[in-house]
Design a binder for this molecule. Structure first.
Ligand code: ZN
Length: 251
């Protein structure tokens, strides 16, 4: 317990927020589905697979959606150097929070604790019942697919199961959003990596970080609307640029 006469002790390292988008996972072989050139934009029928109303009302779309998830899982993508660099920073003692637009769970696979990863668009590793809202692992649902079910239903109530990802036409989780905003306002360094900063609300977070005095670093192959606000803009490949940048933030 410090006494009033104690000299100020700098006992805490500054909080680093990492906002990650699809670009951080492309090195892992995960295609950018939602981006401007993403699969969903090029194939309108593919977009239906991740649009809530189509998914709920069209069993044919639902069966296709499950088959797509099974095929995606078969890719067995693993974390890459950029994901590992974020974990290394956290393990060095620096407080780190990840805010991600990705649903691939690769930050956690790379060793980031679940509670330090805020998944704005949900998670493809879970399924949720649209009726009783019970959650379960995606792997279990896909095992049922392998066993011959085409449209696995909730084991508890028989309701339609959907992936734990936020579909088009669904709202983002306000609690996750609130936490992301709090982290953004509290951090001293905000690194936006692999995101074009064009999809809200993730994009707006970069502006909030800058408004609250954080050092804003943008690592992205293409220009973003926030480049002018940034203290540093890096266009190099993420797999080499991010590990170098984050090493500089270690104590
Ligand atoms: Zn249910």
């Amino acid at each position: 317990m410090p006494t009033p006469t104690s000299p100020p002790v700098r006992s805490r390292l500054p909080l680093v927020a990492i906002l990650s988008g699809a670009g951080i996972s492309t090195d892992s072989g995960i295609p950018d589905y939602r981006g401007p050139n993403g699969v969903w934009r090029r194939d309108p029928d593919a977009e239906k697979l991740v649009t809530y109303d189509h998914y709920m009302n069209d069993p044919r779309i639902r069966r296709r959606s499950w088959r797509m998830r099974r095929d995606l899982q078969a890719l067995e993508a693993g974390p890459n150097a950029a994901h590992l660099a974020v974990t290394d920073l956290e393990r060095s003692g620096v407080p780190v929070r990840v805010i991600t637009q990705n649903v691939d769970g690769l930050h956690q696979r790379a060793g980031m604790p679940d509670r330090k990863v805020l998944e704005l668009h949900g998670s493809a590793r879970t399924v949720v019942c649209t009726v009783c809202h019970v959650r379960g692992p995606m792997s279990e649902a896909l095992a049922r697919l392998e066993a011959g079910e085409e449209d696995p239903r909730c084991a508890a109530c028989g309701g339609v199961l959907k992936p734990g990802t936020v579909m088009f036409g669904e709202r983002l989780d306000p609690e996750v959003l609130g936490q992301a905003l709090a982290v953004t306002k509290a951090c001293e360094v905000f690194v936006a990596v692999g995101t074009s900063l064009q999809v809200q609300p993730a994009a707006g977070l970069a502006g909030v970080a800058a408004d609250h005095g954080a050092r804003l670093v943008i690592v992205n192959a293409e220009e973003t609307p926030y480049d002018d606000l940034a203290d540093e803009v890096v266009r190099e490949p993420i797999g080499t640029a991010l590990p170098r940048l984050l090493r500089q933030l270690r104590p």
